[in-house]
Design a protein around this ligand. Sequence first.
Ligand code: COA
Length: 309
Amino acid sequence: MPVQMVTNDDLARVVDTSDEWIAERTGIRQRRIAVEESASHMASEAARRALENAGVEPEALDLILVGTTSADHCFPSAACEVQGELGAIHAVAFDISAACSGFLFAMNNLQAFIRAGIYRTGLVIGVDCLSKLIDWKDRSTCVLFGDGAGAVVLQASDKGIQHSVMRSDGSKWQVLSCVSRTNGNLLNGRMPEPGYLYMNGQEVFKFAVKKVPECINQVLEESGTDIEEIKYFILHQANYRIIESVAKRLKQPMDKFPMNMEYYGNTSAATIPVLLDEMNREGKLNSEDKIVLSGFGAGLTWGATLLEW
Ligand code: COA
């Protein structure tokens, strides 16, 4: 996580907003903003900690996948930068672009490679640095996001990922988008300029509260799992009201839905691995616990994964 913390009150000095408005509508009170840190620096740091925790050497990695939409460079990928930074000389590395679903999609991709017998050990990172894509004069979006990274190591095993569902609806791409660069070239005489994040908040809200419970139910049904067996639902940390609404639709108690957006805001692809890591380090996850991860975001993209810890 970046060092620099920005509170709601700090933002209220820049745009017309208040701690009360932001906290009531989103559950966010502060976020970290990268000043010195780059996306690849945050990703490498998260990766080092995950490898250390798993007792795996960088040289043992076959594959590095990074879920991100805000890498430092258009090319090379953040994954290649991380591979170089870690000295993971045997790993092939590339990024997966699925916005806030990026970590989940990357993890499911790695799992597919492992299940197919192609690779044995891999690293999945979710990292985003959306602060550089935000219009800091737009109060409807600038209060929501933070920067950060989280990572997990995956190895061939009977435990771990049991089943997953991934979905996309490209017909609604305009709901949440960011132009990488405006069209500028020799022929139109304009220079390409950076674009900013645009969001229709209410449409995103409606999409999330409908699609997240749907895909969680699908993953449970297809794996023959009773919802009461699930210890935790680790959802993308965009907004506590979305999570409350999902819990209600699933008829599950709120204490099964851990949250940390209060401290970090919406860190996009990083929210799920960061929360998973916090829970693991706090000793809240025990062997054989069944956990559902669920992400949603631009694309539109969404999905759910059933894990056995
Ligand atoms: N501070 C104060 N007022 C704000 C504000 C802010 N930061 N942002 C917007 N407003 C104002 C609007 O201008 C509007 O004012 P008006 O009524 O005078 O026009 C009013 O608050 C209501 O705006 P609205 O957009 O209807 O608010 P909302 O209840 O839908 O809440 C979100 C806005 C963004 C919090 C909400 O739509 C949401 O959480 N959506 C999901 C977003 C998300 O999670 N995105 C990431 C997905 S990966």
